[in-house]
Design a protein around this ligand. Sequence first.
Ligand code: SF4
Length: 177
Amino acid sequence: MNTDTPTPRKLRVATVSLAGCFGCHMSFLDIDERLFELIEHVEFDRSPLTDIKTVGPCDIGLVEGGLCNAENVEVLRAFRANCRVLVAVGACAITGGLPALRNHLDVGDMLQAVYGTVPDDPELPLPLNKVHPIHEVVRIDHALPGCPPPADAFWQLLQDLMAGHEPVLNKGLIRYD
Ligand code: SF4
């Protein structure tokens, strides 16, 4: 009789930075030595950590940054279509954050002022008139507030999701700065 307990499947996690500064990703990496424990339980799909360019079927998607151009919208929709649980990570994903400070300006006037022309290289993604939080385009399951969220908040969220619980952040981990 085989008494071996089957090894639990690793959860597949994707991460992306849309209109963000990668500060949320840097804070995630601040879980430091807990990364070794994490990779016992998860494997990474599309992420700056793997350099995989397109998202595949995943258990968890972590989205940093809001939406400032058409490419951001396309990538976000692919994350929603592929990730069972989608998390808005940080102020930019949740509210638009710092990039949304441009929302009171005309995007054409702004490009003209910065570049002296409106850049029209076909490889450039089409800018949106306003920067949007991600919940305006797709359904999100959880939000991790902060600019950036503290490393312990990432750790708590992932531990809860790995254990199959609804994530609950302790008071000290809910940040709005
Ligand atoms: Fe950067 Fe803050 Fe936005 Fe995260 S929430 S992407 S740290 S500006």
